[in-house]
Every structure is written in C-alpha cells, then in structure tokens.
Write a new protein. Sequence first.
Length: 365
Amino acid sequence: MIIAVIILLVIIIGFLMLYNMSVYKKIDVYKNVNQKITSLNVLQDFMNEIGEEKSADEKVKRLNEILIEKYDIKYSTIVVYTGTEYKIKATNVDQKHWDALKSLHKEEIFKDSIQTATPKYITVEKEGERLPYQKLEFGRAKSAMFFPLYIDNIYIGYWIIESGIPHDFDNVDTTILEVVKNNIISALRTIEKQGVVENIVRTDEFTGLKSEEYLYSEGKRKIDLYTTSAICMFKITNIVDINENIGRHTGNKMITQISNLIKNSISDEYIFVRYMGPKFVIAFSGVEVNGVTDFMNDIKQKIESMRIPADERDLYEDDEEDLVAIPQINVVITKYYKGTQIEGVTKKLEEYLDSATNENTINYI
C-alpha cells in the first residue's frame, strides 16, 4: 500500500514538473513575442520621430528616451565619433559621469568590441565591486552592454545600456537588442544628413541674411507650423550689368540696400534668406499666395525706384559723379504645403526665374 502511494506521488510530481516546464516554455514564448512586438513599436516610434520637425540633436535625444521607456532601461547613452572627437548625443546619466561615458573607446575591455564590431556584456559579481570603466563612481551601474555602431563598415561611435543590478542582462535576448542597435544606426544615418544641412548654414557677408540651408532646417520648422504658406523668390535681373558697367562694389551695395529694405518691411515670423547670388527667398508663413500679391507689388516698386550712387571705389576720373545703379527684379510666387520638400519648391522657382530672362513682372506657378 505504501509503495503504491509513493509511486502515485512520484507520478504526480513528475506530471507537475512537466507541466511547470511547459508553462515556463510558454512564458518564454510570450516574452519573445512581446519583445518582438515592442521592437516593432519602437521602430515605428523611431520613424515617427524622424519625421518630426525638430533639430537633429533633439531627435537623437528623443530616440534615446523612447528606448528607455519601451525597454525599461535604467541608463542609456548614445555616443557619436565626429572624426575628431567623441560627443554624447543622448543620455539620461548625470552630467558628472559624461567624461567617463565618452571615453569608453579608450578602455581595454571595449577595444576588442570596437575592432570586431561585436557587443560586450560586463557585470559585477557582488556588492562593493565596480565595472572596469568606473573610475570615481560606485553604485550607479552594476551591469552594462556595449554596442559599437557602424555605418557602411565605418565606425561612428557606440551605444551603451546600464543597470544598477548585477547580472541584469543575463537573460536578455541579444538578437532583439541587435535589432534595436540597427534601428539606432538607421536613425542616426537619416538624422546625420539633417545635421549636415543645419551645420552648413552661413550668414551672408553683405546682407546679414542666413543662407538657403537655413530655409531647409530651422526655417522649415517655423514654416511647418502652418498648413500652407506662400514661397516667393525674386532675382535682381540686372546685377551682372551693374557689376560689369559700374563695378562690383556698387553691385554689393545694391544687394545690401535691397535686403535691408525687405528686412524692415516684413514680419519677424516670415523667413527671408539669400538663396544664391542675386536670388532671394521670402517664406510667408501661413499666408495664401493671393495674400502677398499687393505686398510684393509694393516691394517691387520700391526696389525699382531706388537710385543707388556708385561706390567711390568703382569710379574713375572720367566717370560721372552722379552715376547711379537702378535695380530691376523679377518675382515668382508659389504655394507650399506643410511636410512637403521645400527644396523641391525652391528649385522649381529658381528654374523658372533662370528661364524667364526677358521678364520683369510678378508671376505665379
């Protein structure tokens, strides 16, 4: 009788063990499915964020926040190598630790990871220990995963996640994190192009105006606060004649006075840039095309009523002392829709002005 009871108990225990194993496997499956769903959601959030009208730096910071929120990461830091120095593009770690975080490439423990483009996982074994790269800090991070970042086999920096718990990443699905890392790389690749445009914005020497790149970065963000806007490009059509027949100093003087006239005539919420050479762009944010007609007619009349005395540096002894330059402009206006490519719009306006060599009017396309 006792033997039969023992056998029965062994069978029950064996059944329970098998059942528990089955439950654990199902839990693992659900975890993997959940992680994959999270990764898809993160990718969608990344794409949405990249499409936002923000600066490149703001986008990288927001991407890091998304990683922290979606994956419940304690600390996440993205460091980019610019070619001359390492810069922290995004982190939620206190600033006093930044010097250490942007110097991880110097740590022996990560050098092989960078050279081989493979992740590196490190952790402490017990309280009181610290991670190899921690020089002055205790208690903040007890485990970390380091991911070198490469674009087209070119090393661009690294992403490191940290936890305050030892062995916290032991059971993390590294394939999921690889997907996340690749998403970070894709986002950085896209944002890098935006950053290039933002960093090459110049201020024109003669007019004090921003260059056309401003229109495609910060300017576009301001314009896109409205559903539609009017984009106007005008060209000083006789600038070449002025430069050749009077002199370049007078031509530059003309450009400066025209730009000052317009700057003093438009609202601060409108964007006014020197597009290229004798071409300028005014973006009337939130204004319909027909709403700028009277204004541009008035501006055109004022510009063409100017009598700009020749610069003394362009005069010779036999020149008339009252020699003046009289500007002429050609104007074209079109409608811009929020979210579309403004560089495509300006290109279309530029092509029209370059082809309309004999016009001196206001046109709409």
